[in-house]
Design a protein around this ligand. Structure first.
Ligand SMILES: CC(C)(COP(=O)(O)OP(=O)(O)OC[C@H]1O[C@@H](n2cnc3c(N)ncnc32)[C@H](O)[C@@H]1OP(=O)(O)O)[C@@H](O)C(=O)NCCC(=O)NCCS
Length: 216
């Protein structure tokens, strides 16, 4: 592998979508089926949601993908309801916080900064939306390669550790934890990153801007 590009995912690109779903299913254990795919299509149609994929150049195979959403007041309230009281600050009408959704890189292509570039793309998109706070739930016991080093190197800090995060709120039908199966007993860590309007030079990622990188 020598080069890859990162592009925003378009719901009409079914080939990319199929590859992303397969990657997420295999690496994150989300379960397969039309429910998950339909959900992804629905999310992609939402302007408050963005997914980016890294494609090899050539032939365009998906090497990694990541997604993020801007929370509404209701979404923020739902997230807060899964957390101990006062974990999150009160909702602030001046800006919608972001919630990192999923990130996975094909095991054969890890360690080449694909994950970092995908995360940069998500954060660049959030900045472009005027987002000033971004949250992510991380799973310390997840059996795959941890995303924590990636998140910490991007400046995220742990807000709180949440044992048995899904215990009182079962995972969606069709989802299956790679470690526990169902139900999931994993601990989650909530991480936070304050976003500043300026960034490391990658602030202008628009709907289809491409970023090329060489990997060793
Ligand atoms: C987490 C993941 C996306 C990282 O992708 P990647 O392309 O290998 O990561 P990168 O090469 O961009 O690494 C970025 C930084 O994180 C560090 N890093 C990444 N994975 C690491 C690991 N397992 N251990 C230590 N450091 C790691 C890199 O050293 C690098 O740091 P640097 O910028 O200071 O050099 C990938 O390992 C993965 O798909 N894991 C399984 C899926 C998963 O757990 N997703 C999170 C749940 S949604």
């Amino acid at each position: 592998m020598s080069q890859y590009t990162i592009r925003r995912v378009d719901g009409s690109d079914r080939r990319t979508l199929d590859q992303i779903m397969r990657l997420f299913d295999q690496q994150l254990g989300l379960g397969t089926g039309p429910g998950t795919r339909a959900q992804m299509l629905q999310d992609l149609a939402d302007p408050a949601f963005a997914a980016f994929a890294a494609h090899s150049v050539p032939p365009g195979t998906v090497l990694g993908a990541a997604s993020v959403r801007l929370l509404t007041a209701e979404g923020y309230r739902r997230l807060a309801a899964t957390l101990p009281p006062d974990t999150l600050p009160a909702w602030d009408d001046s800006g919608r916080p972001g919630l990192l959704d999923l990130i996975a890189v094909d095991p054969a292509h890890r360690g080449h900064r694909v994950g970092k570039r995908l995360l940069d793309s998500l954060l660049g998109w959030l900045r472009g939306q005027g987002c000033r706070d971004v949250y992510v739930l991380h799973w310390p016991s997840f059996p795959g390669a941890s995303s924590k080093p990636l998140l910490l190197s991007a400046g995220f800090t742990v807000v709180r550790s949440l044992p048995g995060y899904w215990s009182s709120d079962p995972m969606d039908a069709g989802s299956r934890c790679l470690r526990c199966g169902r139900p999931c007993h994993c601990t989650a860590d909530l991480l936070h990153l304050p976003l500043t309007p300026s960034s490391t030079g990658r602030t202008t990622i628009g709907s289809h801007e491409e970023v090329s990188e060489s990997s060793p």
